[in-house]
Design a protein around this ligand. Structure first.
Ligand code: NAD
Ligand code: PRE
Length: 306
């Protein structure tokens, strides 16, 4: 049990990510009190019934009053309106953060609403599941996972180190980087892989009508993994793609080029091309394993799409 880093933490939105923060922060003693609010009455009722936070408020304005740390845990597209709503009620000196999967667009949407006496430290925990809502949260979600922070350069060192300690207290490995770099890296490691999974499952669903459910019946582990990813929350992912448009389109363009090259190799019977390509990709995974790195952990410095 650590000493509380914050007296009062307020979570706006009470789904998977906020629920996991609430449970981890309480379990590790990182906050004296954790409060929260959500847009829908049903979510607020569920969160109160399962005791997710110490107190559930009806409005975001009430929830943030007197909070030392406020974390926006809503879909990326809702960040601006929530920030506008709470801005006049934030305590002077409070730290405001978010957990959005995209950083540059969230900073652009949130920062203009904030008063000068509030410290904005954007964050993105690289941890999640395909489940959403208040009952999806669990206390160990962030253990041994990265949490990326994209603080403005002039962020007060003490505010930053306290917030880093908060995520570390929940078991996360924290790194800082600039928001644009974050968005390019995540386009490669998370956003484009998700759209590929969505597409593959969509294609299989179309085929199912042709093959009379054989696609599902004989689906192998690889495809099942795709269906898990493609079961992720539609609102969250719609907002990710609409708000990381440039980087995802760039990476999707490269993906499509490579796919066409592989398609051509298959059509032309060019086994050497296929073999060389698969040898290269296998070496990437082996290199990660040989370096003793967690396969979940991308090298953030190395992934720099031109
Ligand atoms: N799920 C993941 O794997 C994952 C991982 C890291 C970061 N994130 C990011 O975390 C954030 C929350 O994701 P989640 O998985 O917890 O989602 P979730 O659907 O489980 O929870 C979202 C919460 O936001 C509330 N909400 C939705 N629209 C709102 C609006 N317009 N105004 C106010 N509240 C609103 C919902 O009621 C719910 O309480 C998103 O920005 C997402 O990009 C998600
Ligand atoms: O494991 C999963 O379900 C996830 O997709 C989690 C995942 C990812 O790794 O891509 C999804 C989106 C986030 O912004 C961070 C984490």
């Amino acid at each position: 049990m650590s000493a509380p880093l914050y007296n009062r933490v307020a979570l706006i939105g009470l789904g998977l990510i906020a629920g996991s923060i609430a449970l981890a922060a309480k379990r590790r003693g990182l906050a004296q009190t954790v409060v929260g609010t959500a847009r829908s009455a049903a979510t607020r009722e569920t969160a109160a019934r399962i005791g997710l936070v110490d107190k559930v408020f009806e409005t975001a304005a009430e929830a943030v009053a007197d909070a030392d740390l406020v974390i926006l845990c809503v879909p990326v597209g809702a960040m601006a309106s929530v920030a506008e709503d709470i801005a006049p009620h934030l305590k002077s000196g409070a730290v405001l953060s978010d957990v959005g999967s995209v950083k540059a667009a969230v900073i652009e949407a949130v920062a203009p609403h904030l008063p000068d006496n509030v410290v904005f430290i954007p964050a993105h925990p690289l941890a999640g599941t395909e489940h959403s809502g208040p009952e999806a949260g669990f206390a160990t979600l962030y253990e041994n996972r990265y949490c990326l922070l994209t603080p403005p350069e002039d962020t007060d060192a003490e505010d930053l180190s306290r917030y880093i300690a908060f995520w570390q207290g929940m078991g996360a490995k924290v790194e800082t980087m600039d928001a644009e770099h974050h968005d390019r890296v995540l386009a490669v490691t998370s956003h484009v892989p998700h759209i590929i999974a969505y597409t593959m499952v969509g294609v299989a669903d179309d085929l199912r009508r042709v093959t009379n459910s054989e696609v599902i019946k004989y689906s192998a582990a690889g495809f099942r993994d795709f269906t898990r990813i493609a079961a992720s929350d539609p609102t969250m992912w719609r907002d990710v793609f609409l708000n990381n448009e440039t980087a995802t389109l760039e990476i999707l363009g490269r993906f499509t080029e490579e796919l066409f090259a592989l398609q051509r190799a298959i059509r032309k019977g060019d086994g050497d091309h296929l073999h060389d390509y698969f040898t290269r990709t296998r070496a990437i995974r082996r290199g990660i394993l040989d370096a003793g790195q967690d396969t979940d952990a991308p090298d953030f410095g190395r992934i720099k799409p031109e």
